[in-house]
Design a protein around this ligand. Sequence first.
Ligand SMILES: Cc1ncc(C[n+]2csc(CCOP(=O)(O)OP(=O)(O)O)c2C)c(N)n1
Ligand SMILES: [Mg+2]
Length: 371
Amino acid sequence: MSPQITPIADTAQDLELAERILSPEGERISNPLLDSFVDDVDAAQLRALHRDMVILRRIDAEGVALQRQGQLGLWAPCQGQEATQIGTARALASQDYVFPSYRETGVIYARGAKPGDFVRMWRGEEGAGHDSAALRVSPLQIIIGAQTLHAVGYALGIRHEGADEVAVTYFGDGATSQGDVNEAMIFASSYQAPVVFVCQNNHWAISEPVSVQSKYPIAGRAPGFGIPSLRVDGNDVLACMAAMRWALAHARSGSGPAYIEAVTYRMGPHTTADDPTRYRREDELEAWRRRDPIARLEAHLLSIGELSDEQIADTQKAADVAARDMRAECLSMVTRPPLAVFDGVYAEPHTGLDRQRDEYATYLASFDGEV
Ligand SMILES: Cc1ncc(C[n+]2csc(CCOP(=O)(O)OP(=O)(O)O)c2C)c(N)n1
Ligand SMILES: [Mg+2]
């Protein structure tokens, strides 16, 4: 018997088929599926989401500037993806544990990252960049999709211990072509792991458009794994928060994994090492500028009379302070001596490691003060 397939959309790009609560013009529209999940979100909370997104965009711009000035080796901008990251991350409970990719600056911001945490890894100072245990966020993953397996493994541990936690993993549209992600979904479904998959479909995997690797909407794949999914407008912060609350409640209730595809757009380059003008058209970018997530919420708040000039100025000031603090932390970082790389590898002395340290020390000494 052949399976019945209900297409979600004719093309992977058709944004009209994504759930939303705020129209691109900032008008609140009724959404029977999602409304109940954000009933309690009042104007003050909407302003806080707006503030988060403005600060995040400023932090992101400062990251690009620091890289251009030679202070960072690389930066992966998240401009355009603020609503997806802030909306979903602000729905998390403090005990939940996040497994992100390299682009999740907004997620670590929402989890309480300190100013230096945003840049430490990109400056090459230390591996993790932030205190994973304190933030309950694993190190930013560079290997595409690998973090989804880690999240499912962690979620199996949550289930085993009966803990009131959910594991959450963020990954891109390109990552969905990766074996790791598909294996993670199989395991999550087979063992009903309390994990939420958040796919940020930002339309590009470096220079590869999503249309090449996904002939069918990405959210539509999850049911095939036995995982319920939602396709949400990733530039609508309220819809992202609602979708995440749905997914978290589902996972927390013991019903197994849930999946969100947030349809958004990467406004900047893939990283500061990339030049998107070589592969994407200006009119595409222009169309997405008109769907800017911050402008959308701002238009909404202004239309309901809940955002004053004074509040906007205050938010801008907070954003400048965040960028200033991040820059100051970045410039004052003290690079650890090369041999410190051997510290903290094992709890007990280790002869093999001691030998490697000695060899490396001899190698460094061979430069005779040149390094
Ligand atoms: C296993 C693996 N293969 C290839 C790469 C090189 N690579 C880095 S980013 C990237 C594209 C990822 O695209 P997507 O998953 O859409 O995430 P985005 O960068 O758009 O956030 C690739 C192929 C990698 N880091 N890891
Ligand atoms: Mg992508």
